[in-house]
Design a protein around this ligand. Structure first.
Ligand code: ATP
Ligand code: MG
Length: 321
């Protein structure tokens, strides 16, 4: 099947606190810079699987930006959609782990080069060849990028393309009112929805309803495939089979020794979306996505755990024996 995926949003360098519970208001050691940004990790994972993916973003005219772009290029991402901003520096983030899955971030995004991303930076020639857009909720950090995302979404949909959406909510971003408003619009066009377990209640139509009820309402609204990501627990799939009956599937995660949870959801989503577009059946796409998430948590660094198809196959085979 012929498809080209695009995504847009934050491209930044990340610095990881060396110690768990390391505070941001005390002197401590950080490891980095690591190339990062949820849509960038998503794009890297798709490219590593060998599928075409365009990434729209902005970097500053500095070595952090150069490093990020070179890394994406080496992974096979189509980087022509990344512009260099002359008046802003490349985005950055500091991360500290508090426990297994809890993290604190300090983001320098709104005032960075990728924070200034607008539709003016989107090369429409590149966009018109794309028939799938992936939206990361974490990328909706400014009215400019929300506007760009809406326009890109309209273009892709009008061309008969499809949309995937991962809310990727970060508590640090909740003071952006336009972001919440844009979720409703995006959901109306979403074909593949990839929330985290903790984000499900945010999309419930009534408070207190079960995950199943929320998912049934979303399927009625027009979403075709939903995967609820549950970290070390695995993932739940909701969709409809060829007879239009509700189909649910559960996958348990692979038992691995996680060293860094960042990026697992992005790798999982990238693998699921691209394999579905490539015509894999739901079970196989889910199994590969599960493996992709597991391999991501085995590596320190947000984008360091992206995998090729051969690596996923090897990992799945090694777990079966
Ligand atoms: P985030 O909070 O970073 O946005 P997410 O909800 O998008 O995370 P996760 O649920 O953490 O993503 O991870 C996605 C998938 O990766 C899981 O559904 C699972 O398949 C796999 N995965 C994540 N953590 C682990 C782990 N510790 N061991 C094995 N597999 C894991
Ligand atoms: Mg996520």
């Amino acid at each position: 099947m012929n498809f080209k995926i695009c995504t847009m949003g934050e491209l930044l360098v990340e610095f990881l606190a060396k110690e768990q519970h390391q505070r941001f208001d005390e002197i401590g050691e950080f490891i980095g810079p690591f190339p990062s940004g949820a849509p960038a990790i998503f794009a890297s994972q798709i490219a590593k699987l060998g599928f075409p993916v365009v990434f729209f973003s902005c970097v500053g005219k500095d070595v952090f930006g150069k490093m990020c772009v070179q890394r994406l290029k080496a992974d096979g991402v189509i980087i022509d959609g990344i512009s260099t901003h002359h008046k802003a520096t490349t985005g950055s983030a500091f991360v500290s782990y508090k426990g297994h899955n809890e993290r604190d971030f300090i983001f320098n995004i709104p005032n960075s080069a990728c924070g200034l991303l607008s539709f003016d930076h989107i090369n429409e020639n590149l966009l018109k060849d794309c028939n799938h857009l992936h939206v990361m909720g974490s990328s909706l950090y400014s009215f400019r990028v929300i506007d760009a995302m809406r326009k890109a979404l309209d273009r892709v949909k009008n061309n008969g393309g499809t949309i995937s959406f991962d809310p990727n909510l970060r508590k640090e971003m909740f003071d952006i009112p336009e972001m919440e408003a844009s979720f409703d619009y995006i959901m109306d066009y979403t074909d593949i929805f990839l929330p985290s377990e903790s984000e499900v209640s945010y999309f419930a139509s009534q408070s207190g309803e079960s995950e199943y009820q929320t998912m049934m309402t979303l399927l009625e609204r027009g979403v075709k495939h939903i995967v609820v990501k549950g970290g070390a627990k695995g993932a739940n799939y909701y969709g409809r089979d060829q007879h239009n009956n509700v189909q649910t599937l559960q996958v348990e995660s692979y038992g691995v020794n996680a060293v860094d949870p960042t990026g697992a959801g992005d790798c999982f989503g990238a693998t699921f979306v691209s394999l579905m577009l490539a015509g894999y059946d739901v079970e196989s796409a889910l199994q590969y996505a599960n493996a992709s998430g597991a391999l991501a948590v085995l590596q320190k660094g947000p984008m360091e755990g992206t995998s090729t198809l051969a690596q996923l196959q090897q990992f799945i085979a090694s777990q079966a024996s």
